[in-house]
Design a binder for this molecule. Sequence first.
Ligand code: GTP
Ligand code: MG
Length: 184
Amino acid sequence: NAKTIQVKLVLLGEAAVGKSSLVLRFVNDEFQDNKEPTIGAAFLTQKCRLEDKIIKFEIWDTAGQERFHSLAPMYYRNAQAAVVVYDVTKAASLDKAKSWVKELQRQANPNIVIALAGNKVDLVQPAGEGEDESFEMESGRQVPTEEAKAYSNETGLLFFETSAKKGDGVTNVFTEIAKKIPLE
Ligand code: GTP
Ligand code: MG
């Protein structure tokens, strides 16, 4: 007999980082290899059941292409939660994510819960074992986990790495946000 709370959540981030793919994974547990870019925004809902409450997420999945940037305030205004997404294989996408975080902190609800999600971790090849030291680095990765984690801690964001393709970490993003929403 848990109480249901509706929570407006917005996804922001550079084009092609995988915002729509994260939502598709969370809502339908599906993945599409050649997902078409979002035009304007898409709206989906999904529930998240916790012990003491049910959170019904009303999700606005925004378009990352620059020509849609001016629409974003319509979607983050009144949002109680935001997921700002970057691609761990593309350093510039973290810069874009940081600029979205700044915009949210200036213009959105001051109590908004913000999560940073580094997506596409399935494209990172794990570090090789010993022998040749030059093989110790992960390949494919452009954003070290520790760098994004440190930035998130400084800025007061939840931090996750995800793969919409494999499903890793995706539900966790939404569950951890749900836990942060007060029972009012
Ligand atoms: P816009 O709507 O243009 O802002 O893009 P988006 O952020 O919604 O990205 P979208 O979900 O459309 O994904 C872009 C491309 O990346 C698609 O071809 C996806 O299949 C692919 N993709 C998304 N997530 C992942 C992932 O976790 N791993 C891999 N390997 N590819 C992914
Ligand atoms: Mg999209």
